[in-house]
Design a protein around this ligand. Structure first.
Ligand SMILES: [Zn+2]
Length: 414
């Protein structure tokens, strides 16, 4: 008989994210991939099991990033045409590297919302869950469902070569309502967990206008209906107010970015329970690094036009009671810096506890995984991270995670 592997983690403090309490002298007992008991440190079994003592640290649930792009090289800011210069194997191995950087930064789960090389995310998710490579547990979108020439299409090519873009880069390109249904089925049959719609123009796409809708309300509703048949939810990339409203009326589960929302859109999201996943750190990264590296002028201009508005909208959403889940658009910035956005959540209206909940409790709700991740409780997956000090006093401590456990395996300690 194989003895079950048991680990006991004894932190200085445990952050109970449901109540917001910081509890001293607790121990978390882990067997296999699950938490089996949270108890007083003095009562924890220390005979036999591996004991991890972290007396100066606060233990939190593993963090969740609800908007990543793990596949491929970080965005070069020059458009998607550069993808034609990289093989699928290169994109895949970049994904392996990015997945490792992400989990070592304390993000033990991600919702990966799109790759231009279709279904590489599915393969990466499966390789991680098989234990072949190290990375976060993943929900994946398979490909972007986008109108032709839209924010998820390969744009910026000369018109006389545009037709030769390989099918694998255009799996989710649609023009009609029937196309949308077909594309939704295609990504879900291909192994995706959710559907990612590009409902408005994008900042990073050459030629797109972030404020302009790129799908009709009928198309969005068709995607939501079709996805629901498979038990999958829909995430809508939407910057402009009209695109956000179409997405909310169409029944999407989350609005991604939400940069140019108006008061009506915010009220609609609050009433419908639509999640906001807003990458409010990236504007600074693009402005600084993008300018220093000479990214495309139209990308930099669109970034300047959306950054402040997005943050002001975030504050209004917090005040209006919109459900906020943490999502960073990693791949815009280098993977592993995902925690930098916490300070922006606090600067733009959330308490440190609410910011942490957005990446634990609320993120788990968005993913439909409230019964397995996002809290430290018996029966939940043993996804744990620790930082030195008290993150409720300084949320930036989350940028330096010293301990990471994922599904009971210690991936980082020190
Ligand atoms: Zn994105």
């Amino acid at each position: 008989m194989t003895p079950s592997v048991r680990t006991v983690v004894r932190p200085g403090w445990l952050l109970e994210v449901v109540t917001g309490e910081l509890l001293p002298d607790r121990a978390v007992v882990v067997e296999g991939d699950r938490i089996v008991e949270v108890t007083a440190a003095a009562d924890a079994p220390v005979d036999g099991p591996l004991v991890v003592d972290l007396p100066a640290h606060t233990l939190l649930p593993g963090l969740v990033d609800c908007h990543t792009h793990l596949v491929g090289e970080p965005d070069s800011g020059h458009g998607y045409a550069e993808l034609l210069g990289r093989t699928e194997a290169q994109e895949t191995l970049s994904g392996v590297h990015n997945a490792s950087a992400t989990v070592l930064a304390g993000f033990t789960t991600v919702r990966d919302v799109g790759t231009l090389r279709a279904f590489v995310d599915v393969a990466l998710r499966d390789a991680i869950s098989a234990g072949w490579v190290s990375g976060p547990r993943m929900q994946v979108a398979g490909a972007y469902v986008t109108c032709s020439g839209g924010g998820g299409d390969v744009t910026g090519l000369a018109p006389d070569v545009d037709a030769v873009v390989p099918y694998g880069l255009r799996v989710g390109v649609v023009d009609t309502v029937d196309d949308v249904r077909r594309a939704v089925r295609r990504v879900l049959h291909g192994g995706a967990d959710l559907v990612k719609l590009i409902a408005t123009g994008a900042v990073m796409t050459p030629g797109g206008i972030p404020g302009a809708p790129e799908l009709t309300e009928d198309q969005i509703r068709a995607a939501v209906d079709e996805a629901a048949l498979y038990g999958a939810h829909v995430a809508a990339h939407a910057h402009g107010a009209e695109g956000i409203k179409r997405a909310v009326r169409g029944g999407v589960r989350s609005v991604e970015h939400g940069s140019l929302m108006d008061d009506e859109a915010i009220a609609m999201m609050a009433a419908a329970g639509t999640f906001l996943v807003a990458d409010i750190y990236d504007g600074d990264y693009i402005a600084e690094t993008g300018r220093a590296q000479g990214w495309r002028a139209d990308v930099l201009r669109k970034n300047d036009e959306t950054t402040l508005a997005q943050r002001e909208g975030f504050t209004k959403c917090v005040e209006a009671g919109v459900r906020v889940a943490y999502g960073t658009d990693s791949g815009i910035y280098p993977h592993g810096l995902n925690a930098r956005q916490f300070a922006y959540h606090v600067r733009w209206g959330q308490t440190p506890l609410e910011a942490i909940r957005s990446a634990t409790l609320h993120a788990a709700e968005l993913l439909g995984w409230s019964d397995r991740i996002g809290r430290i409780e018996a029966g939940w997956l043993a996804d744990l991270v620790a930082v030195q000090g008290n993150p409720l006093e300084d949320v930036r401590l989350l940028e330096h995670v010293d301990f990471v456990m994922s599904g009971g395996a210690v991936l980082r300690n020190g």
